[in-house]
Design a protein around this ligand. Structure first.
Ligand SMILES: NC(=O)c1ccc[n+]([C@@H]2O[C@H](COP(=O)([O-])OP(=O)(O)OC[C@H]3O[C@@H](n4cnc5c(N)ncnc54)[C@H](OP(=O)(O)O)[C@@H]3O)[C@@H](O)[C@H]2O)c1
Length: 256
């Protein structure tokens, strides 16, 4: 029987994109707390080096590699450098994302579309492409793509972001079907509103608007990045070996 990840995370090799803030940062820390070696990537070198140093304080090996997920050469280099350093890639978390410019459909332009789709869709596609090449060859691996509840429902005023996250769901399911027999898993985590910089930018730093948005969450609050990170970690472990092609909402009941 093929195994799809190592029996536990100790000494596993985990890659996180968009790792310097919010959900990505919490995910990198959560994996390191489980003993995994972590490669964090992002676009700001000082913050990236500081995060890698913070992770090493937890007793694991950690590296920062600069990568803008819109650029194939960056993504290819990120995966190649990870494998060169650690010899394999067990778990990849494709988390980098942007909310772009929220606003009604009639105000959208090719530029606002491209600004969101280049990162949220092309970035995930390129990440999948290079991570899967390694994982299929090694015969195991778990990929977690970070989508959104807006990948599974509509949202007035956030059409392009919503469309991009629907695309992440479709890419993930299709990739999961392509690689399941090779022992590689691809799943999605779909967060509801999570207390990060993105949520606060999304509501225009307007506390009243934010409270209204959160009152529609059955749990009556935003989630924390750490709560999302724990669900991502679960998908990286051997506790979820038969789980692939799935989208798990971490949303305080929004999609219930
Ligand atoms: N917060 C929420 O309510 C929520 C809900 C559902 C889904 N999500 C999803 O969760 C993921 C993480 O978001 P977050 O809430 O943690 O917000 P965040 O703190 O803004 O994190 C997004 C991260 O992605 C990075 N990034 C953006 N474009 C990139 C690119 N082209 N290449 C590499 N890195 C890039 C950002 O780096 P820079 O600082 O360099 O831009 C940032 O570190 C995103 O995919 C988002 O869509 C968030």
């Amino acid at each position: 029987m093929k195994t799809t990840s190592k029996p536990d995370l100790s000494q596993s090799v985990v890659l996180v994109t968009g790792a310097l803030t919010g959900i990505g940062r919490a995910t990198a820390i959560a994996f390191a707390q489980e003993g995994a070696n972590v490669v964090v990537s992002g676009r700001r070198d000082a913050e990236g080096q500081a995060l890698a140093a913070e992770l090493r304080e937890l007793g694991v090996t950690a590296e920062y590699i600069n990568a803008d997920v819109r650029k194939e050469a960056d993504v290819q280099n990120l995966v190649e450098q990870t494998v060169a350093k650690f010899g394999r890639l067990d778990v990849a978390v494709n988390n980098a994302g942007t909310e772009g410019q929220p606003g009604p459909v009639v105000e959208q332009t090719p530029e606002t579309y491209e600004a969101i789709f280049q990162t949220n869709v092309l970035g995930v596609l390129l990440s999948l492409k290079h991570e899967l090449k390694v994982m299929v060859a090694q015969g195991h691996g778990s990929i977690i793509n970070v989508s959104s509840v807006l990948g599974r429902q509509g949202a007035a005023g956030a059409s392009v972001y919503t469309a991009s996250k629907h695309a992440v769901e479709g890419l993930s399911r299709s990739a999961a079907l392509e690689v399941a027999s090779a022992g590689v898993r691809v799943n999605v985590i779909a967060p509801g509103p999570i207390e990060t910089g993105m949520l606060n930018r999304f509501v225009g730093h307007n506390e009243e608007y934010k409270s209204g948005l959160l009152s529609a969450v059955p749990a009556k609050r935003a989630g924390s990045p750490e709560e999302v990170a724990q669900a991502i970690v679960f998908l990286g472990t051997s506790k979820s070996l038969f789980l692939t092609g799935e989208s798990i909402a971490v949303d305080g009941g929004m999609l219930a």
